[in-house]
Structure formats: structure tokens, C-alpha cells
Design a protein around this ligand. Structure first.
Ligand code: ATP
Ligand code: MG
Length: 645
């Protein structure tokens, strides 16, 4: 992998919240004295009753229990909204950019306060009480943020389901947490196409005991309303007052339930609580993005993913930031959309996913060159390992060589970013998530759970808790213990493989389940994929193992070519030689399949478990495919699979 080092740029260093010296000092304190460190930083949020206890956590598999600030009380919506009204009431809280470039809206903190109070009262009117679960199935419109904060205001637990999910997946997630109320819109709008959200809800709730469906009008499309069950949000909002007192919540009361992306198996219903989550989301948002007052911050994720929860809504709003919310997709009306929006709203901090970067890279530079991008200061990525090739493209063409890239490693389960550079503190290496955030103690272990020292490779675990950690799998604590705490005693197992270099930098190598063993050599998927993506004709690549008589496992590679490239046998040979030269003969692909598209989760991650099944010829049992973005891709891959004989 690339070992070029990019030092902190001088202009960033001059103004940064945290420099390297401060990082080292704060990190040291955070792990040697977590009580003192978090006791102090816990005060960054407003407490109704201040906590006196800081940390009470156990990773003992017989008694896994995680509590932070357990005797404090607070309200998340008061922290994200009310406390900013006096000091920054007229500052934009949310800049909403519609799917259609002609539509946008600015919502100040004062207006946000009004909207959240209204929404909270509508939920009250629908019978929602503290502790009740509410499913939110909305497009990326401001009402998504209003409804989340409204739930938090009255102590209801929200469970957001991404608007791209089918009625079946939605039904599973509604019944999974027993929601009596569902919030949706008539239709969504993405890339110029309408998404039938309300019709999907009608199908999903058919066999369930849902009392109320609250419908936000987005497109005005023709939908059915069921008497007694369905209500229009705008009609209800007219009937209620715009004052709703925030409910006093215990730090450990649930804030939300959210399902993982489903890359490796059946999604897990992750439960996050109130106090620790908010402290961690807001602190990471401020320091990881070096957020300065008044800056325009844009995270392109959907609120249906944890990234949208922590880094569109809760983290930024707790910090009084201006957060941009985008309804559309990166390629509509053209692949220059992201860059146009950066210029239009003078975005300073931009946070996206490798999948978006790779696809925009594949679309060609002409889409970038029209934009000036001169307000950008810090860039970020999350979701998958970023191939150095894509990192360099992002750094050179979007950041114009002057913006640090924070490659943030974390999970739905972790609530916030765990391993990441800090813009003013960390010299960057393309493809590395670099160093742990404050209070985070990563370690690499072998298959037996022995901690490995120094520069090495192994399974990534965390040795101690941090405030944003998930507390349980909703309704299934045993699954929580089994999934994360049973593999290695006394440690949280992330499921990811990782390498640590001589500088103590961490490099995520892919999922542990995806590791390939070729003639006794263990290989992560990221390294081989990065090598392929570095080839000028390759846009994306996914690597899996398949049973091989001689080597144990052979390397099966799926390759998506750049627009306009021809899939030929000569190119296959060229790619084999390329990897052999780059990494070594051991990594040389045995079989290469050209694929117009790769199976991805709806959050854009490559689903290697499905590719592995295809490579093994076991198509009957593809596992849970409900989180697949485009099932047609799989049929094409099966039809064109490579013969092993
Ligand atoms: P499931 O747990 O259901 O299989 P998932 O793991 O994809 O789905 P998420 O919680 O959305 O669900 O994703 C977390 C995972 O994403 C991490 O465990 C890691 O594999 C990957 N990931 C996230 N950020 C990065 C990053 N910066 N570098 C490398 N990998 C990352
Ligand atoms: Mg996961």
C-alpha cells in the first residue's frame, strides 16, 4: 500500500483546535484516567441533573454492561436546539438542498425550535409517550431531523428505516421494535424519480398493529389515506401549539434503535442511549472535522444510516453547527452535483463515502473542473476502506492538495468515530484511518485472542468502553454478548481485520470473514482491491476466495471497468500481471469476472458474502439479501460467472 506521508498543511495547523502535541497529551490522559477525562468532557452537553458517576462498564461475557454518566439527566433535543436559540437563533441550523437543484431551504435555530416543538406535540396527539418506539421512514427532508428531535424531546425511541427499503424490510423493522406509530411521506424524490413511501408503508403495516401513520406531504402525489389510522402531518401541526417542554431523560434511557447495514449477515438492531451517545457524537464531530463556529458542514449520508444520525443531526446540532442535508444522489442531474452544491452553499467541510468517490472518479474529471471548490477546508470519508487511488483522486481534485482527508473508521455499534486522523494533528497516509480518538483503545489480536504488539496484522478489538458505545441489541441482549464479546474474553470484537504499521497507524484490511487464505498466506480483501483500483482502466473491484484444490483458496476477482473500457482477455492478463507486480505472485487473481455492477448494501458497501457464494457456485443460499440495493446485479453476476475447470 502507498506509504506517502502528507504532513498537516500549515494553514490548517495555524487554526486547528487540536495539534499533535495536544492530541498526544489528551489521548494519554483519556486512557490513563478515563474517569477524569470523561468527567470533564461530559460537561460539554447541558445536564438537567449533573452526573456524579462517570463510567461503569464491564466486558465480562457473563455480565456485559455499559453505563456512562448513569445518574445524570438531560434532554437531547434541548441540547441540539433550545440551548442555541438565545445565542444563535438566526444562524442557519439546517441548509436543505432538494433533489431538484432549483429547490433549497434554510432553517435557522429559531425555526428549528418551532418545528421540533410542533412535531413533538403532533406525536403527543398521536398518543406517543416516553419509552414508546416510533418508526421513521422518510426521505431526506428537514422533517426527518424534526421528527428525530421531536422523539428525543418527548422521550420516544426512534427507529429510522432508510427510504430505499422494501415493504418487507420495513415491516420486519417495525415489528422488530414494536412501533405503534410510523412517520412517512407521500412520496420521496431521488434522482428525479419518485419513491412510493406511503404505498410501501401501507403494504408493510398490513399485518401489524400500527395505530397511527403520520404522513408528511412532499410531492403531493396521489396516495390512499386510511380513516382513523393515517393523518397528514400539516393538518395535525395546525391543531397543536408550538410549545412542548423537553422531558427529563436519564443518561441511560434509550435514544434510538438502528439496524446495521447488513453487509455481513442479518442486520442487528443496535440500541443507543442518551447521555454518552450525545457527548461522544458532539465531541467527535467538533474535533474530527475541526469544526469552527459559523462553518458550513456537509455529510452526504442518509439519516437512515448511523452516519446520518451522528454526523448530520445529533453531533452537528449539539455543537450549534450549520449542517447541510441533501435529498438527492451524487449523479443527478449530472455527476457534478456534489461539487455544484459545495460551491452553491459555500461548504467548508465535506464528508462522504468511498463508494461515491469511486463512482465520481469513474465519471471523469470534466465534472469536477467546472466547480471552484475553494471554500472547502476539510474532507472526510467513511463506510469502507478507501483505496489509496481514490484517496489521491479526492485529495488532488476535490481538496486541491490543500484539504486534509479524515478517513474515519467506526460502526453503527460504536455510535461515533473511533479511529481517525485529526486535521490539525495527524500526518496522513492514503488508505490509513491512522490513530485512535480520545478514550479509544484499539488492539490487534490473533485467532486465540493474544494481543499482538508493534507493527503487525490481526483482528481489531477494543479493550475498553467509550461513551458512544451501543448498549445492547434491542430485545436480544444475548445476541449482543455473543456477537461482540464472546470471541475474545474481555474485549469488544469489531469483526474487522487490521494492520498496524511502524508509526502505530491503523489500516483496516476488510472484514475478518472475508480474509482469504491462499497456500497458507492470509490476505485481507482491501489490499488486492486497492491494487486493482489503481489500474487506470478499473473503476471498482471486489475480491473473494473460493475453494481451490491446490491452494486451499483461490482468488476470485470481480472488476468494474471505467466508462468506455472494453472487457477483453488481454485486459484480464494485464490485470493479473499488474497485481503480481504490485503485491506479489501470491496475490495474483485466479479468476477475473468483468461486472457492470457489484452487489452493494443500500448504504453503498460491497457485499462480499454474496460474491463469495457466487464464486463458490452456491447460488441457492445467498443469505439475507434484503439489504441489497439492486438485486438485478446479482442475476447478471450469476449468469456470467467464471468457470473453474
Ligand atoms: P453488518 O454489521 O450488518 O454486516 P456493516 O458492518 O456494513 O453491516 P455498518 O455499521 O454500517 O454496518 O458499517 C461498519 C463497518 O464499515 C465497519 O465494521 C467496517 O468494516 C466498515 N468501515 C466503516 N468505516 C470504515 C473506514 N473508514 N475504513 C474501513 N472500513 C470502514
Ligand atoms: Mg458490522
Amino acid at each position: 500500500m502507498s506509504e506517502t506521508v502528507y504532513p498537516v498543511p500549515a494553514e490548517i495547523a495555524a487554526n486547528a483546535l487540536i495539534d499533535n502535541e495536544k492530541y498526544l497529551e489528551m489521548y494519554q490522559r483519556s486512557v490513563s484516567d478515563p474517569e477524569g477525562f470523561w468527567g470533564e468532557h461530559g460537561k460539554r452537553v447541558d445536564w438537567i441533573k449533573p452526573f456524579t458517576k462517570v463510567k461503569n462498564t464491564s466486558y465480562d461475557p457473563h455480565n456485559v454492561s455499559i453505563k456512562w454518566f448513569e445518574d445524570g439527566t438531560l434532554n437531547v433535543s434541548a441540547n441540539c436546539v433550545d440551548r442555541h436559540v438565545a445565542t444563535r437563533g438566526d444562524q442557519p441550523a439546517i441548509i436543505w438542498e432538494g433533489d431538484d437543484p432549483s429547490e433549497h431551504k434554510v432553517i435557522t435555530y429559531k425555526e428549528l425550535h418551532h418545528e421540533v416543538n410542533k412535531f413533538a406535540n403532533v406525536l403527543h396527539a398521536c398518543g406517543v409517550k416516553k419509552g414508546d418506539r416510533v418508526t421513521i421512514y422518510l426521505p431526506m427532508i428537514p422533517e426527518a431531523a424534526y421528527s428525530m428531535l421531536a422523539c428525543a424531546r418527548i422521550g420516544a425511541v426512534h427507529s429510522i428505516v432508510f427510504g430505499g427499503f422494501s415493504p418487507d424490510s420495513l415491516a420486519q423493522r417495525i415489528s422488530g421494535c414494536d412501533s405503534k406509530v410510523v412517520i412517512t411521506a407521500d412520496e420521496g424524490l431521488r434522482g428525479g424519480r419518485k419513491v412510493p413511501l406511503k404505498a410501501n408503508v401501507d403494504k408493510a403495516v398490513a399485518g401489524l398493529s400500527v395505530d397511527k401513520v403520520v404522513v408528511v406531504k412532499r410531492t403531493g402525489g396521489d396516495i390512499a389515506m386510511k380513516d382513523g389510522r393515517d393523518v397528514w402531518y400539516h393538518e395535525e401541526a395546525d391543531r397543536v401549539s408550538d410549545h412542548c417542554e423537553p422531558v427529563e431523560m436519564n443518561a441511560e434511557d434509550p435514544l434510538f434503535i438502528l439496524y446495521t447495514s447488513g453487509s455481513t449477515g442479518q442486520p442487528k438492531g443496535v440500541l443507543h442511549t442518551t447521555g454518552g451517545y450525545l457527548v461522544y457524537a458532539s465531541m467527535t464531530h467538533q474535533y474530527v472535522f475541526d469544526y469552527h463556529d459559523g462553518e458550513i458542514y456537509w455529510c452526504t449520508a442518509d439519516v437512515g444510516w448511523v452516519t446520518g444520525h451522528s454526523y448530520i443531526v445529533y453531533g452537528p446540532l449539539a455543537n450549534g453547527a450549520t449542517t447541510l442535508m441533501f435529498e438527492g444522489i451524487p449523479t443527478y442531474p449530472s455527476p457534478s452535483r456534489f461539487w455544484d452544491v459545495c460551491d452553491k452553499h459555500k461548504v467548508n467541510i465535506f464528508y462522504t463515502a468511498p463508494t461515491a468517490i469511486r463512482s465520481l472518479m469513474g465519471a471523469g474529471l470534466e465534472h469536477v473542473e467546472k466547480a471552484s471548490l475553494d471554500t472547502l477546508r476539510v474532507l472526510g470519508t467513511v463506510g469502507e476502506p478507501i483505496n489509496p487511488e481514490a484517496w489521491n483522486w479526492y485529495h488532488d481534485n476535490i481538496g486541491k492538495g490543500r484539504c486534509p482527508i479524515v478517513d474515519t473508521w467506526w460502526q453503527t455499534e460504536t455510535g461515533g468515530i473511533l479511529i481517525t486522523p485529526l486535521p490539525g494533528a495527524t500526518a496522513l497516509k492514503p488508505g490509513s484511518a491512522t490513530r485512535p480518538f480520545f478514550g479509544v483503545q484499539p488492539a490487534l489480536v490473533d485467532a486465540e485472542g493474544k494481543i499482538l504488539e508493534g507493527a503487525t496484522e490481526g483482528n481489531l478489538v477494543l479493550l475498553d468502553s467509550w461513551p458512544g458505545q451501543m448498549r445492547t441489541v434491542y430485545g436480544d441482549h444475548e445476541r449482543f454478548v455473543q456477537t461482540y464479546f464472546s470471541a475474545y474474553k474481555g474485549m469488544y470484537f469489531s469483526g474487522d481485520g487490521c494492520r498496524r504499521d511502524e508509526d502505530g497507524y491503523y489500516w483496516i484490511t476488510g472484514r475478518v470473514d472475508d480474509v482469504i487464505n491462499v497456500s497458507g498466506h492470509r490476505m485481507g480483501t482491501a489490499e488486492v482491491e486497492s491494487s486493482l483500483v489503481a489500474h487506470p482502466k478499473v473503476s471498482e473491484a471486489a475480491v473473494v476466495g473460493y475453494p481451490h484444490d491446490l491452494k486451499g483458496q483461490g482468488i476470485y476477482v470481480y472488476v468494474t471497468l471505467m466508462a468506455g473500457e472494453e472487457p477483453t482477455d488481454e485486459l484480464k492478463k494485464e490485470l493479473r500481471d499488474w497485481v503480481r507486480k504490485d503485491i506479489g505472485p501470491i496475490a495474483s487473481p485466479d479468476l477475473i469476472q468483468f461486472a457492470p455492477g457489484l452487489p452493494k448494501t443500500r448504504s453503498g458497501k460491497i457485499m462480499r458474502r454474496i460474491l463469495r457464494k457466487i464464486a463458490e457456485d452456491s447460488f441457492e443460499n445467498l443469505g439475507d439479501t434484503s439489504t441489497l440495493a439492486d438485486p438485478a446485479v446479482v442475476d447478471d453476476l450469476i449468469d456470467n460467472r467464471q468457470n473453474k475447470h
